[in-house]
Design a protein around this ligand. Structure first.
Ligand SMILES: NC(=O)C1=CN([C@@H]2O[C@H](COP(=O)(O)OP(=O)(O)OC[C@H]3O[C@@H](n4cnc5c(N)ncnc54)[C@H](OP(=O)(O)O)[C@@H]3O)[C@@H](O)[C@H]2O)C=CC1
Ligand SMILES: O=CCCC(=O)O
Length: 337
């Protein structure tokens, strides 16, 4: 493939795999999650939110606090209660949410649940119609996103994929990064809502480009975490204080917020869940399939994926993904016996 050509700001174009084009535009928002009232926010209409887990709940909460008219649904109904006490309305199925709202967001666990909630029985597609929009912010593969998009647009509604970079705290603080692709007019229409929930947004062109961007980012993150865990354990083995290793890393060229944030608790073998380990393993699995589809070797990510699988088998699926360090500890123990 020819080298990518970049046209600098405000829009960047470059060749994309499989002959399609990737259109990138980035806007940094000066958003705050709490300052804008609905009227000043620039979005008129009712907003649905499906999926109120670690990420969905604070995202929906920020929309309510910004003055939006929000209707929520979650498979486990009790998770709606905190949002209802903030003023959200409740509907009993995704279809009822989407039929009562102008734009519906979905933040689901994985490709299977994202598809089911959008396209299954009583799914959001059943309530869609021309003039409405569906914004899927879950992390899924491009094929699933395209299937969901096809079903939604078959009703005459518009579809935008918008997976997010950033975890529990950025979701609470309205500082997510949106990786959007799909219907550009829907992107523009929901931009004020994205700006309540996030600090920046990228528009990447065709449906699928947001999904694959997210998988590339999380592939890198998953491997970085494994490498960091190896460093912490090695430092301990050779008699160094791992807390000092965290401090040294934080001052150098390989500093990443993730290391400073998670390092101290990893040293104490504590893994309070921000990004569940099962989701990181899902993202590596999807990244591996993506790489295979274009014959791109990603051996480091493949090795990292194996460790996350071991961690899952140790019962750590719902812990933070930093608990992958426990899989390395288990390897040491098994090699000593
Ligand atoms: N946590 C993080 O740091 C980040 C996560 N992501 C991605 O965002 C998505 C959500 O993550 P997160 O909030 O952490 O995950 P959670 O596991 O906390 O929440 C998952 C949500 O999906 C719902 N769900 C799961 N299976 C089904 C199903 N079969 N049918 C209907 N609903 C279902 C859950 O409902 P119920 O409550 O009933 O279980 C819950 O609302 C994932 O794709 C993840 O990869 C992206 C960026 C950061
Ligand atoms: O998908 C999860 C991303 C977590 C993060 O960006 O910190």
């Amino acid at each position: 493939m020819a080298a990518a050509s970049f046209l600098l700001s405000p829009r960047v174009t470059l060749p994309l795999r499989r002959g399609s084009r990737l259109l990138v535009s980035c806007s940094a928002s000066s958003s705050s999650s709490s300052s804008d009232a609905a009227g000043g926010m620039g979005f008129q209409g009712r907003v649905g939110f499906l999926g109120l887990g670690i990420m969905g709940a604070p995202m929906a909460s920020n929309l309510i606090k910004a003055g939006c008219d929000i209707t929520v649904w979650n498979r486990t109904k009790s998770k709606c209660d905190p949002l209802l006490s903030l003023g959200a309305k409740f509907e009993s199925s995704p279809a009822r949410v989407s039929s009562s709202c102008d734009v519906t967001f979905a933040m689901l666990a994985d490709p299977e649940s994202a598809f089911e909630v959008a396209c299954g029985a009583n799914g959001a597609a059943e309530g869609m119609a021309p003039g409405k929009g569906y914004v899927d912010v879950s992390t899924v593969d491009d094929a699933t996103s395209k299937l969901i998009g096809k079903r939604i647009t078959s009703t005459g509604a518009s579809f935008l994929e918008a997976p997010v970079s950033g975890s529990k705290k950025p979701a609470e603080d309205g500082l997510l990064i949106f990786l959007t692709a799909g219907d550009e007019s829907l992107y523009k229409r929901v931009a004020p809502l994205l700006d309540v929930m996030g600090k920046s947004r990228f528009y990447l062109g065709d449906v699928g480009n947001g999904a694959v961007m997210k998988l590339v980012v999380n592939m890198v993150m998953g491997s970085m975490m494994v490498s960091f865990a190896e460093g912490l354990l090695l430092s301990e083995k050779v008699g160094l204080d791992p807390n000092t290793v965290v401090e040294v890393i934080s001052q150098g060229a390989i500093n990443a917020p993730m290391f400073s944030l998670k390092g101290p608790s990893m040293v104490k073998a504590a893994y309070p869940t921000a990004f569940p380990l099962k989701h990181q393993q899902k993202d590596l699995r999807l990244a591996l399939a993506l790489a295979e589809s274009v014959s791109q070797p990603i051996p480091t990510a493949a090795a990292a994926n194996e460790l996350y699988k071991v961690a899952k088998s140790l019962g750590l699926a719902d812990q933070d993904f930093s608990a992958v360090i426990e899989a390395l500890k288990a390897k040491v123990q098994s090699s000593q016996h």
